[in-house]
Design a protein around this ligand. Structure first.
Ligand SMILES: *Cc1c(COP(=O)(O)O)cnc(C)c1O
Length: 368
């Protein structure tokens, strides 16, 4: 089906950047630079400079970034890691793949970890906290870091949805021991396939991730068991092309959020995300523009009819999937959210007419 307003802008973004992207691909192919070449290094430099951290290590996905960062930080069997259920399953999966136990708590109104609930679940086994900065808004990192320091816990940020987001003027990814980013195509900075990175100011962590991603090899020696999880060099070259647009894309997303918020204000049954300028503590980058609505599933079908593609990311709360064996957690607010949240199209290439059209369709449904 051809949507009037598709949920992602893959095609239009490629059309806009075609000559630059095609040139970058040709260049890599002609150089024969496929594995861990200068494009990966350049990308790592770009990312570290943008965030103001010492090290960035490119890996093959955001999920691997999480697994490798937790492993590098020493998280393993018998450890507990405090995180949330209201996230993409990858956050929780990464804890599982370290052999550790995820301890899931509630999120607050802003969909991020409810920092006040952390203390209640700390046990002698607690090793780490894994906050997720969901939808491009940061968790309350200062309070969270205080709790972590007091209880001697490691913190790893899942910043997969928060490249460029800030809390109290500080970027997502700079608060904790290490932070993980994803460059999955739908992310704000998206590759043409899978890609991710770990960032840190800790040299030991950076060195470990570099070893882990490439079979533990420090030629000629193999110094530890590792993985195949390198950032693909061709993807890095593509990300380098897109990197220079990042500040502009962030601004445009904030602009679109402002237009959505103005157009959709005052409707009963629809709760909007906070506007970009509503709280000076937060600089949100609107990775996703998420509404909390009544009659969510009918609304989804209505918009589909109208040619507006939306996303219901997790109609079932992550801890309610039987295969994950997490259903012993009781998280009423999270379970309620799973029935109420829906994401509207949000990407810099959206045209004004498309945004207006979405707004009109939403209004039509909720005034029926
Ligand atoms: C996208 C995402 C990931 C995983 O990234 P991949 O690159 O798809 O593996 C992890 N956590 C969150 C919150 C994400 O949105």
């Amino acid at each position: 089906m051809d949507y009037k307003v598709p949920f992602v802008g893959y095609k239009i973004q490629y059309q806009n950047l075609k000559s630059e992207i095609d040139k970058a691909i040709q260049d890599v192919l002609q150089r024969g630079d496929l594995i861990l070449r200068k494009d990966v290094e350049e990308f790592e430099k770009n990312l570290a400079t943008f965030l103001g951290v010492k090290y960035a290590v490119g890996v093959n996905s955001g999920t691997d970034a999480l697994i490798l960062a937790l492993r590098a930080a020493g998280v393993g069997p018998k450890d507990e890691v405090i995180t949330v259920s209201h996230t993409f399953v990858a956050s929780i999966e990464s804890v599982h793949h370290c052999g550790a136990t995820p301890i899931l708590i509630e999120v607050g109104e802003d969909f991020n970890i409810d920092v006040d609930k952390i203390k209640e679940v700390i046990t002698p086994k607690t090793k780490a906290i894994l906050p997720i900065h969901l939808n491009g808004r940061m968790s309350e990192m200062e309070k969270l870091m205080e709790i972590a320091q007091k209880h001697n816990l490691i913190v790893i940020e899942d910043a997969a949805q928060a490249l460029g987001a800030k809390f109290n003027e500080k970027m997502a990814g700079v608060f904790s021991l290490a932070a993980c980013f994803s460059f999955y195509p739908a992310k704000l900075l998206g590759a043409l396939g899978d890609a991710g990175a770990v960032v840190t100011n800790d040299k030991k962590i950076a060195d470990k991730i570099s070893l882990f991603r490439n079979h533990g090899q420090r030629a000629p020696e193999i110094v530890c068991y590792g993985w195949t999880s390198r950032l693909d060099n061709l993807q890095a070259a593509i990300l380098n092309v897109k990197f220079k647009y990042l500040p502009k894309w962030i601004e445009r997303r904030r602009e679109i959020a402002t237009v959505y918020n103005k157009g959709l204000s005052g409707m009963s049954g629809v709760k909007l995300p906070p506007s970009p300028d509503s709280n000076p503590k937060y600089f949100d980058i609107y990775q996703n523009y998420v509404l909390k609505v009544q009659k969510r599933d009918e609304f989804f079908s209505f918009l589909k009819e109208k040619g507006v593609e939306t996303l219901i990311k997790d109609p079932i709360a992550v801890h309610h999937h039987p295969a994950l064996e997490l259903s012993h957690f009781s998280l009423p607010y999270t379970e309620k959210l799973a029935k109420e949240v829906i994401s509207l199209p949000m990407y810099p290439e959206l045209a004004q007419e498309q945004i207006d059209y979405v707004i009109n369709c939403v209004k039509e449904f909720y005034s029926l």
